[in-house]
Design a binder for this molecule. Sequence first.
Ligand code: 3HC
Length: 280
Amino acid sequence: MRVGVVGLGAMGAGIAQLAVEAGLETVGREVELERAEAARGTIAHFLARKVEQGRLEQQARDDAVGRLGITTDLADLADCDVVIEAAFEDLDVKRELFRELEQVVRADAILATNTSALSVTEIASALERPERAVGMHFFNPAPLMPLVEIVRAERTADDVFETAFALGSTLGKTPIRCSDTPGFVVNRVLIPLLNDCVRVLDETGVTPEDLDAGMKHGAGWPMGPCALLDLVGADVHVHASEALYAKLREPRMAPPPRLVRMLAAGKLGRKTGEGFYRYD
Ligand code: 3HC
């Protein structure tokens, strides 16, 4: 199987890493070659760390890196069996990409979207053949988080859904079957929960450090909510919250003002060096 990944940001690069580690020939597409090269560098780095930690053979690492092609041209995805779109979370951007991809790929190719909170059905409806579209929603950081949500849109064909489900397993993930409801399963739960956590900061006057320690040591979370929001990015989280609020109209879904202010100030978290915490 040959896999295409469109968009090599944190999620796309992580998905491409999974694909090459699983032995699949993979083509990653970015709008600028420098960004694609940076993503390949990140993947090569994480695979080298695995060798240093004794979790991967040097030859297997070199072979995996060798399986990753990069390009700026969507036409280079022509031979892919499955293309996973991991571009910016904007409905129009994703619909346009799907439209362009459909002109390029084979008639039997599957188009998957990694959207976290948009409707897969709305993205798929840009296609002449929406049956070929499916959601494959990975979690950040994709190489480390075991889950992938396989999302059946209104018109997803059964064989397309099952192929995406099987691909999730091939990539080493635990796939679950989801309907195309807002936020699917995990974000439907996690986004309002993280919004609650941010509101608690303001209501209780607790510090981010103490809130994080509370949820780690009192609720068993692997990382605290503020550290998690810094990992996900205020931009990604606020967009996802807005998308859920637009569909569900539940006040807990709306992004808390504190996060909206952080977004406006460019305090996005790890990616800009400052969020709830500072990063060097
Ligand atoms: N890509 C690839 N490899 C990575 C990586 C990445 N982004 N980050 C770390 N690694 C590798 C590194 O090589 C690292 O080893 P090194 O530090 O010695 O080089 C190795 O993985 C282990 O990393 P950590 O020691 O940091 O791993 P931890 O055991 O501390 O676990 C964690 C890290 C898995 C992130 C854990 O803290 C966790 O589960 N956190 C919760 C994350 C979570 O909830 N994510 C979901 C976010 S919501 C979402 O994604 C939905 C979306 O729609 C918004």
